[in-house]
Design a protein around this ligand. Structure first.
Ligand code: NAP
Ligand code: MN
Length: 266
């Protein structure tokens, strides 16, 4: 993919953005780029907005591994998935033009629901009880029955998702150069009857995690995939692993993952 010319822009068509976006699109056209309306024809997919917008851009374009994703921020502070600010037009075009551009790969989580439907996540998949009672999940690592969880729910996150919801529940921040998934608890009940590990744990890309939801009447959990809710009602089993195909983003000099973490949190 030496020639990246076809660009698809993903953004909310809001009044306050339109002017800046149109001027950026014109600027890109002047530099020889073709703005496409069909994302399947694009070899660069650009989201304009925050992390939420980037997550949607990747989801709506089906987690393509054969194109480059880039996030353009519009606020004063840049979000984790945003490498550019909308006012930095030269920097954006320069990075898109660079034929020898270096790419960074972000691991993607794959979820199989009840052995048939597959979903992908860039941040995380969360599973939570939808009623007031706790719910019970049998947790398997590969074929090992690891623990029986009872509580609010669980969170399975990617390295780039580790700074999102996962961080709010005291999970570790993980370098995306490590292909792995992190499992965190949401308010586990721990007493002489119920026991869970109690800390987050990280699984290698060779492992499979299976959650079997105990069918005790509280088996209508709310399942979140990044910033969307799954519309499947009665779920029995979820299998998690890393996707074989990561997504690719632009690698710039001043935007290593740890620079982003520092700029966002410190
Ligand atoms: P949102 O409610 O706007 O997101 C909450 C915040 O998380 C926003 O500030 C968002 O940044 C930020 N964020 C998203 N992905 C991130 C990442 N990988 N690293 C660091 N910060 C990140 O909803 P949203 O923008 O659609 O994002 C959805 C995400 O929100 C979910 O995937 C989940 O991780 C997170 N979330 C967190 C909690 C919690 O911490 N208790 C609860 C629910 C969901 P922007 O402002 O740039 O969008
Ligand atoms: Mn948001």
């Amino acid at each position: 993919m030496s020639e990246r010319k076809n660009v698809y822009f993903f953004y909310k068509k809001e009044d306050k953005l339109v002017e800046k976006v149109e001027s950026l699109l014109d600027f890109a056209k002047d530099h020889g780029f073709i703005i496409v309306e069909d994302d399947t024809k694009a070899n660069i997919i650009v989201s304009i907005g925050g992390d939420g917008e980037f997550l949607q851009a990747v989801r709506k374009t089906k987690f393509r591994s054969d194109c480059l994703y880039a996030g353009i921020g519009v606020d004063d502070t840049l979000s984790l998935y945003c490498d550019f600010h909308i006012d930095d037009r030269e920097k954006i075009i320069h990075a898109m033009k660079e034929s020898q551009i270096e790419v960074r790969r972000y691991p993607v989580l794959e979820v199989i629901v009840d052995g048939k439907t597959t979903f992908k996540c860039l941040n995380e998949c969360s599973i939570k009880s939808s009623i007031i009672k706790t719910f019970v999940i049998d947790v398997f690592i590969d074929d090992l029955h690891f623990e029986t969880f009872r509580g609010d729910g669980m969170l399975i996150s990617t390295p780039t998702g580790s700074t999102a919801y996962n961080k709010s529940v005291n999970g570790a921040v993980v370098d995306p150069m490590l292909p792995c998934i992190q499992v965190s608890e949401l308010a586990s009940l721990n007493n002489n009857l119920y026991r869970t590990l109690g800390s987050s744990f990280i699984l290698s890309d060779k492992r499979k995690l299976t959650l079997k939801i105990v069918q005790d009447g509280n088996d209508y959990p709310v399942i979140g995939i990044d910033n969307e809710a799954l519309s499947i009602r009665n779920v029995k089993q979820l299998e998690y692993g890393l996707s074989e195909t990561p997504i690719k983003t632009v690698k710039l000099k001043d935007n290593s993952f740890w620079e982003k973490v520092k700029r966002t949190f410190l």
